[in-house]
Write a protein that binds this ligand. Sequence first.
Ligand code: AG3
Length: 287
Amino acid sequence: MKSDIWIEERHRAGVAARFRIKQVLFQGTSPFQEVTIVDTVPLGKMLLNDGLVMVSEKDEFVYHEMIAHVPVFVHPSPRRVLVIGGGDGGTVREVLRHRGVRACRLVEIDRMVVDACRKHLPAVSGALKDRRATVTIADGVKFVATTRERFDVVIVDSTDPIGPAAPLFGRKFYANVRRVLTPGGIVVSQAESPFYEAEAQRSLLSILGSVFKRAHLYNFSNLTYPGGLWSFAFASDRFCPVEDFRPEAVRGAGLKFQYYNAPLHMAAFQLPQFMRDRYKKLLSCCG
Ligand code: AG3
């Protein structure tokens, strides 16, 4: 009989998604979490941390293009970028497609994620070999509290706000993110599901709004995260992601995208009514 093995993400909201797999390529337990890479039938290879889907080869372009190109195209001269989390390397890959970016530092707490993705997900992790990329295995919370380096853009590419990533949703962390940003710098963060994580979104927005002059949410649709609809948060003391966005910069960059484009950049900040109503007082308005 043909093998019929499935892997399941059980989300804490009480929903699950199942993916048929061909084989398990890697499974390990680090000091921080369980790391799994499987080869699935429908979606190519997939990384799961503590049983939660992080990346699938089929749709990772959506997440990585939207987390990276939105802030990098809004900032007028993004030279130095910090990525916290994101040990799979997909965000670094998209950031480094911008020729103006001179340095991209990845600070990932879990060496096992980086090593396993380098080995099994080269299409995602390949850019970690770029000479402009530096991989630092360290706790991002401590890094932003202590580093003397400064960055034009900080991208928080975290897992869900449970386990090792919980502090990446906290006030102290964002006060230090602001500290490591150059004046007017931009932070973008993984901001969870508007359906299942309303409280996490509200708390993140309210923290960002109290630390920075402006805070926004923007949405994208993906295939593998629970519920499909997902959000990022954008905050800056200076830049509005819609009014300060120059579509000409996208044309000028001459890059090919699979999800991101200039009209979609602007549209992503137009939130469904239930999100507008819910976060009315917390969202900086524009667009
Ligand atoms: N970061 C994980 C986003 C949250 C996924 N949550 C879930 N499946 N319950 C992805 C890292 C990609 N670089």
